[in-house]
Design a protein around this ligand. Structure first.
Ligand code: URA
Length: 205
């Protein structure tokens, strides 16, 4: 049993608040110069299901909260359809600060920020980490295979110290651009309750 697994939910939550405080004043990479607010992530600190998107956009940067724009509204709707609320899950991004103009994250920015994501996964202890879109999926699976090929099928990965199901999903923003993809995303969301209720992910490597 790992040190994290032996901690109570309250201890893990308190540690997560400590990580939040550290991230809130982070200046490791250049994004700290252009950000308005750090977007640490939000939701249930003991969630079985965690979502990971790419990086905050303009609205998230202004509010300091993840997925508050149109993509976030679609996320909320799809969650409601499987009888979950935002408070039941934890939503974060691979990067905690907005890249200027929503450009792609740079390698050193990813390297600086990944330890925050791994600590979040360690402390929240989700069973399932659903990656939203190509960027988060490629980063967390360590594979360059595109999202259209891998979406909707769980994989087992060790992220930091925790072995989880990584469940690749289309990015809600992509579904908003191509409305026919909303049904694809909905079909994949429908698989989540069984994955959450099933056995935990076991180390495959
Ligand atoms: N897109 C993302 O990937 N993350 C957000 O928080 C908002 C939009």
């Amino acid at each position: 049993m790992s040190a994290a697994a032996s901690r109570s939910a309250t201890e893990r939550r308190d540690e997560l608040i400590g990580v939040y405080r550290t991230a809130s004043s982070c200046t490791i990479c250049r994004l700290s110069e252009s950000r308005t607010k750090v977007v640490f992530g939000a939701g249930n600190a003991d969630a079985e299901l965690m979502f990971v998107g790419e990086a905050p956009g303009a609205q998230e940067d202004a509010q300091g909260l993840p997925f508050v724009g149109r993509a976030g509204q679609l996320l909320n709707q799809l969650l409601a359809e499987i009888e979950l609320r935002r408070d039941d899950v934890f939503v974060a991004n691979t990067l905690k600060c907005r890249p200027p103009g929503n450009r792609d994250p740079l390698p050193d920015e990813i390297e600086s920020c990944t330890p925050y994501l791994h600590r979040q996964i360690e402390l929240i202890e989700p069973k399932v980490v659903a990656t939203l879109g190509n960027f988060a999926t490629k980063l967390l699976t360590g594979s360059q295979t595109g999202i259209t090929k891998v979406r909707g099928t769980p994989q087992i990965h060790t992220l930091g110290v925790r072995t989880v199901y990584v469940f690749p999903l289309l990015h809600p923003a992509a579904a908003l651009r191509t409305r026919s993809l909303v049904d694809t995303l909905r079909d994949d969301f429908a698989k989540l309750p069984a994955l959450i209720a099933g056995p935990p992910a076991l180390r495959s490597q």
